[in-house]
Design a protein around this ligand. Sequence first.
Ligand SMILES: Cc1cc2nc3c(=O)[nH]c(=O)nc-3n(C[C@H](O)[C@H](O)[C@H](O)COP(=O)(O)OP(=O)(O)OC[C@H]3O[C@@H](n4cnc5c(N)ncnc54)[C@H](O)[C@@H]3O)c2cc1C
Length: 463
Amino acid sequence: MTNLFIFNTDFRLADNPALFHASESGESLVTMFIHNPKKWQDHNESDIKIAFQIEHLKSLKKKLGELNISLKVIQANGIDEEYKKIIEFVKTNNINEVFINKEYGINEIKRDQNLEKELVNMDKKLNIFDSSVFFPDSIKTQSDTFFKVFTPFSKVFRSKLVTKKIEILGFPKKQKNKILESDEVENISLKAERKSILELYAIGEEYALYKLDEFINHKILLYKEKRNFPAIDGTSSLSPYLSSGVLSSRQCLFEVFKKASEEDEGVKIWINEIIWREFYKYILFHNPRVSKNLSFSEKYDDFPWSDNQDYFIAWSNGETGVPIIDAAMKQLNSTGWMHNRLRMIVAMYLSKNLLIDWRQGEKYFMQNLIDGDFASNNGGWQWSASTGVDAAPYFRIFNPITQSEKFDKKGVFIKKWLPELSSVKNIHNPTSDERNDIGYSTHLVDLKESRKKAIEVFSNFSK
Ligand SMILES: Cc1cc2nc3c(=O)[nH]c(=O)nc-3n(C[C@H](O)[C@H](O)[C@H](O)COP(=O)(O)OP(=O)(O)OC[C@H]3O[C@@H](n4cnc5c(N)ncnc54)[C@H](O)[C@@H]3O)c2cc1C
């Protein structure tokens, strides 16, 4: 009896429920990766994120081999084809049961339903596990509906954590026989500059666990004080590993509860961030609109967004004339990652001061982030654009200059990414003369005027 496990966004051996249970219940185990460039393109997955996953897969292949588990790579053309390819494989290789960890987008749910139907027709079973999310179905309001506000959701989430002890699963069991030869894992071709981005991120679930440990041992207690300052390395930087499932949120909470106390503010706030991650996945799962390129709030379906491509290109290249925004976009374009405070500032500037459709920014982020996560990215963008669940009210618009003065007081972050501004006195908002002297962009839009216009447009639209 041979079982099949399919890798989705769960590139790890430890605490991988579907892989663990697949290894326990059969006589042999085959794992599968679906090489699907069309799906990646349709989902705007960045090339560095895919290359990061492929590198992990290569390291997993080696470890799986030591456990007598083979890794097969199959090709599919788009997500709709995946279940058919899996079924073909099940038939040709006489697979007994299939094991997967759940993904929460509407197309992924549809794929898994189709797969299940086909398997049932063949008298076979699909075993589905929750690996990246805790309690997706059981967190409900008192009136038995799903939450749309974070704070009450997080209260119920925390109460469930207290009652349900977090359990971490070990590695899959070594199989008696390896029944198929593993396939080669194809590289993703990356341009030289993208290759150098990938080199910034170490590969391996051991490394992710080590990084988590280092964060908990040395940084978490100061998380509250340091987490908002982009020039300081004050956050965990674990998002690339969490987004690709190299590390699970369960492992994060397990280690935090083991080694730190929630009495400490830093610990409490960091746990809250992990719960935000859970919340956005829960929102995605229970609100199909989110997967359909629509605003969470139906009210904004016909909102008059601007389609000014010159502004959009200037924003994406870091040429808006607002130093903190330009520096943040340079960080994203050069490293595939951006600090959370900056993500909020650049997203609010694009969707409010420039009134550009948040979906353009969402797509640009997905295409460039190494930690691109559909649910968190969509949630962050819709929060900033005021169209989302528990979003920022439309009239509370960040002033990027004030944010810069507050969170990058000495301009250390700006100088790192825009060295041409190093000698400028008014680093947060250079004067016209200073701009002329160093050839730095003028403001795309007047910040006060554009803020006023955004409030007017939102307020008229809401009437
Ligand atoms: C416009 C916008 C887009 C975003 N896009 C993404 C994205 O594509 N992928 C992504 O993982 N995060 C996204 N975030 C959330 C957040 O910015 C990143 O998770 C965070 O910057 C990652 O850095 P870290 O690992 O050091 O986080 P830490 O501060 O150490 O937090 C630990 C973990 O908690 C989770 N987390 C933290 N903040 C948030 C949040 N606000 N929402 C959801 N989860 C959170 C992440 O998994 C993170 O790794 C976005 C936020 C905004 C405002």
